[in-house]
Write a protein that binds this ligand. Sequence first.
Ligand SMILES: Cc1cc2nc3c(=O)[nH]c(=O)nc-3n(C[C@H](O)[C@H](O)[C@H](O)COP(=O)(O)OP(=O)(O)OC[C@H]3O[C@@H](n4cnc5c(N)ncnc54)[C@H](O)[C@@H]3O)c2cc1C
Length: 469
Amino acid sequence: MAEKDILIIGGGPGGYVAAIKAAQLGGKVTLMEKDELGGTCLNWGCMPTKALLHGVEILESLETGKEFGIQAEGVKVDFVKMSARKDRAVKILVSGVAGLMKANGVEVIKGAAKLLSPRTVQVVDEKNQTVAYQAKKIILAAGSVSAPLPIPGAQLPGVIDSTGALKLNRVPESMVIIGAGPIGLEFGTIFSALGAKVTILELLPQVLPSEDEEVASALEKSLRRFKIKILTGSRVRGIEESTGGKLKVSAVTGEGEETFEAEVVLVAVGRKPNLEGLGLQEAGVRFGKKGIEVNSRMETNIPGIYAVGDVTGQWLLAHFAFAQGEVAAENAVGRKAQLDSLAVPRCVYTLPEVASVGLTEKEAKEKGYEIKVGRFPFSANGKATVLGERTGFVKIVSEVKYGEILGMNIFGPHATDLIGEAVLAMTLEGTAQDIARAIHPHPTLTEALREAALDVDGLSLHIPPRKKG
Ligand SMILES: Cc1cc2nc3c(=O)[nH]c(=O)nc-3n(C[C@H](O)[C@H](O)[C@H](O)COP(=O)(O)OP(=O)(O)OC[C@H]3O[C@@H](n4cnc5c(N)ncnc54)[C@H](O)[C@@H]3O)c2cc1C
């Protein structure tokens, strides 16, 4: 049986970054991927959605353009072209990863792999041949799959998940989205801007249930601008076929029993780790419902086996998978590394965007911190005004004793780019005063972060003083 040094199962952000890092550090790496390199992120997640969303941004900018005296006549959306461009972007990115594998000397084996024992991996390759390998170190990076919705009718044609939504070859006339998390809201933004009549049903009392309440409610208001109908606190009971090829979704909403008809129903109720067929039991790797159990060094309970990314069920985010992948790779080549992941940014690609890191105000209070909160609206930021993107605000939660930043929430233009500053500040255990001390370039949206930091002490320069008493 052939022997491999470091064998990685899964070529998504967790697996391919682990492969590059291990190779950079001198490891001899083999990566097994059953589908396309780049995983969910490049093929069916982060990147194709952003490609479509950028098309929507261009469309929206024509709307804002009117304010600037730019009148575009006869604007038409060719969704087939938009999708083809998305597919081309994905292709470029996937071949970029293949190029990186080659450049780093990583051997890529195409096929579905599974553990037979703590040191043996079997792969069924593209020619349907089964080959087994011995491996000194193994990194599991098999990702996640869409969580199913256990209700009647969930299997009907026309009921799709996020992958199905990315395969649509035309904009449906109507769409019900079940789940108002990041994925549901992102697709809601895309398809409603492209003309679909979108209804979003969410079980919990707010959209983005784990985000700051103020942010969630401001976002909900702004989504209505796209004419998206949002019903929170609504339990979906079932889906059935209706007339005219439509589907009928029944739900208990605040109004009682209601039904919603749509051409397409998108189930976006989260993702679950992809644990099936990995041979975890055979190798004795411990896992639970949430995913494969790992410590901060990405080690599983079996020495020499690591797990990274969505399969660990921690933060189901590509950048977290990257970070875990690097740590696992360092440990696999014999270095000592660990992940102290207090500052993990969370991004929601709506228009405008939401981004946050650390604790929300409510979470900080629940944890018993004495806190101070600073806010700054984009309507008072010069650059946002010039851009015509004045919706939203920055909110900083800082603790009183040492002034350390506990969390930052941004709702507004380019929030997902702006949050990087907060991540850095929190990683360095910085305070709101540190952000305020730093000279920010003018005119930029980043000044809103500085002003929110100043507002933690009631000293924001560009909003009227807070009322005393
Ligand atoms: C619609 C959507 C939008 C998203 N947008 C964002 C975003 O904007 N930002 C963000 O941070 N995250 C986003 N995510 C989440 C992100 O895609 C994941 O967190 C990320 O891809 C996880 O990386 P991973 O390497 O753990 O797993 P994956 O990317 O899922 O990769 C796992 C790989 O393992 C392969 N594999 C599985 N089993 C085997 C096996 N037995 N043998 C061989 N290969 C196997 C799979 O084919 C896959 O290629 C989005 C997800 C979706 C669905």
